[in-house]
Design a protein around this ligand. Structure first.
Ligand code: SAM
Length: 333
């Protein structure tokens, strides 16, 4: 079928495909095409901001949409969420209040429409400082512990016991690509280790991977073995108390709800390097936050420059998850 696609070198194809998926721009009805060292990724017709080419794509076999087969009253069908997370063989969906009485039917429809799914869980919200999800199994068998694969690394996790989001795969990979061999890295809020394990897989670096949640650190240790990587030091502690006694070339601060309270500690550990700072923030407050970070750096005797600030994804209308890629230097360097 003739349609539009984006031509990209095969080395960049996976990250672009994931990005398009996150932007809901991927045309899932068509198969990715090959052209020598390049691939052509099919996109929806209304995609903006990319150079597209026309191509003859093969069609994907049509999958049943769970929305079409879920046994819910027709007047409620349009409330069925169009997005959900797939972590390994576990599907996690937020169900609107009006549909909670039909959660078993929704779970069964998802199991039928996603062949790789083993368990479906309803997400009743993220809770506490460990950022774990309150999950209720609504269909399938077994627990919510699973193994998720991203960019060739395997991550064991139970999202009910430790934080994990499959929507950050590109970001984990982007940061790992920036690391140079020989770097000292601190991953302050490491979770089950997606940044740390990815970096160790791709570079010869030393990574302090810290998390407050003992269950996250247990999984992190398992993930180090599962991927047979070296150089990751798993630490179960409050990052605030560890980071001040360390020096690093790069610090990753992925705690988007409250990282600002840790910035002063993080900046003290970098004399000449980088901080990747994440925050969930209103779009209109981003510039103000850049100034705050520079000021906090200056108060600690550091020059902080925002090399770039990127929105990783939309969180709610007018609110995004942003990353500040900050160059940090001691004033007297
Ligand atoms: C948003 S998650 C990020 C996990 C991981 N970076 C990822 O991308 O999957 C934040 C993590 O920070 C941990 N955390 C919260 N407060 C902390 C603290 N004071 N020190 C260390 N870790 C903390 C939580 O347990 C959670 O695993």
């Amino acid at each position: 079928m003739r349609s539009h696609g984006i031509r990209v070198h095969k080395k960049r194809a996976e990250s672009l495909r994931r990005k398009l998926m996150e932007e809901d721009a991927l045309n899932r009805e068509l198969k990715v095409a090959k052209d020598g060292d390049f691939v052509i990724i099919p996109v929806k017709d209304d995609v903006h901001g990319y150079d597209t080419v026309e191509w003859d794509f093969e069609e994907n076999e049509r999958r049943l949409r769970y929305q079409d087969i879920a046994e819910v009253p027709d007047e409620l069908r349009e409330l069925l969420p169009t997005s959900f997370d797939v972590i390994g063989d576990v599907v996690i969906i937020k169900i609107p209040d009006e549909l909670l009485g039909y959660r078993k039917e929704i779970g069964n429809a998802l199991l039928t429409s996603i062949p790789s799914a083993r368990v479906v869980a309803a997400d009743m919200g993220v809770k506490g400082e460990y950022r774990t999800r309150d999950l209720e199994i609504i269909a399938g068998e077994g627990t919510t512990e699973t193994i998720h694969t991203e960019y060739g690394i395997r991550l064991k996790v139970d999202p009910a016991r430790a934080y994990f989001s499959p929507r950050l795969a590109n970001e984990h990979h982007r940061i790992a690509e920036l690391v140079k061999d020989g770097e000292e890295v601190i991953d302050m809020f490491a979770g089950v280790g997606p940044f740390a394990v990815m970096i160790a897989k791709m570079r010869r670096a030393h990574i302090y991977a810290i998390d407050l949640n003992p269950a996250a650190v247990d999984y992190l240790e398992e993930n180090i073995s599962l991927n047979r990587v070296e150089g990751v030091e798993a630490i179960n502690a409050d990052a605030r108390f560890i980071v001040r006694s360390l020096k690093a070339d790069r610090v990753i601060m992925n705690l988007p709800q409250s990282a600002i309270h840790f910035f002063e500690d993080a900046v003290s550990s970098v004399d000449d390097g980088w901080i990747h700072y994440y925050e969930m923030i209103e779009d209109e407050k981003v510039e103000e936050r850049t100034e705050d970070l520079k000021k906090m750096g200056a108060d600690a005797g550091k020059i902080v420059e925002a090399e770039n600030v990127m929105k990783i994804r939309n969180y709610a209308p007018g609110i995004g998850n942003y990353v500040w890629n900050l160059r940090v230097k001691r004033e007297d360097y």
